[in-house]
Design a protein around this ligand. Structure first.
Ligand code: HEM
Length: 156
């Protein structure tokens, strides 16, 4: 394997670690701790800040994942209609669903922030709730599937 390829694989794995690891840390470590803040205004402010920082942090790695993934698939010749090329397409589809879900989270967070700034805390909470309840868990699950299929492509 050429030296350069090692860096491409390194950044592919780094993207997976930061995107999925970041979501797991926020959903299962930060989110439960935030619920101990009783005052709505403070809890919502911290939730908006944390989700804003998480989404900003992971964005470049989402781009890095698809760029390095396509490069690796091309370099290893996973094209045509082989079993491995189907797995590459599956990973592309997983990445696309995860990215659309990410964009959805950015949107509902933006709506929540607008309501928060207008002091409508009830609506802000309403928009933030699906992020923790459905959207982050969905992306964590899909991310784990993508890691699994990555190992299948690698041939273990
Ligand atoms: C949700 C996004 C993704 C995650 C979390 C992810 C994760 C991973 C992981 C952990 C590996 C194992 C690396 C190794 O052991 O060498 C891997 C390998 C691989 N991934 Fe992804 N991946 C993602 C998206 C993609 C996409 C979109 C593509 C293709 C367009 C792709 C193509 C590949 C290829 C070709 C390999 C094999 C590399 C090798 O043989 O070393 N990945 N991926």
């Amino acid at each position: 394997m050429s030296d350069g390829l090692i860096y491409v694989i390194f950044f592919h794995i780094l993207g997976a670690v930061i995107w999925i690891g970041g979501m797991i840390a926020v959903r299962f470590a930060v989110h439960p701790a935030l619920q101990h803040i009783d005052e709505d205004m403070t809890r919502l402010a911290r939730t908006l800040e944390i989700t804003g920082r998480l989404f900003g942090l992971v964005f470049p790695f989402i781009v890095i994942l698809i760029a390095t993934g396509l490069y690796l698939a091309h370099t290893f010749g996973f094209s045509g209609h082989t079993k491995l090329s189907k797995i590459v397409h599956l990973k592309e589809a997983i990445w696309l669903v995860m990215t659309l879900n990410y964009a959805g989270m950015v949107y509902v967070r933006f709506k929540a922030q607008s309501y928060y700034l207008a002091s409508n805390f009830l609506m802000a909470k309403k928009f933030l709730t699906p992020i923790a309840k459905y959207m982050l868990p969905l992306n964590i699950f899909l991310g784990m599937l993508a890691i699994y299929f990555g190992l299948v492509l690698r041939g273990f």
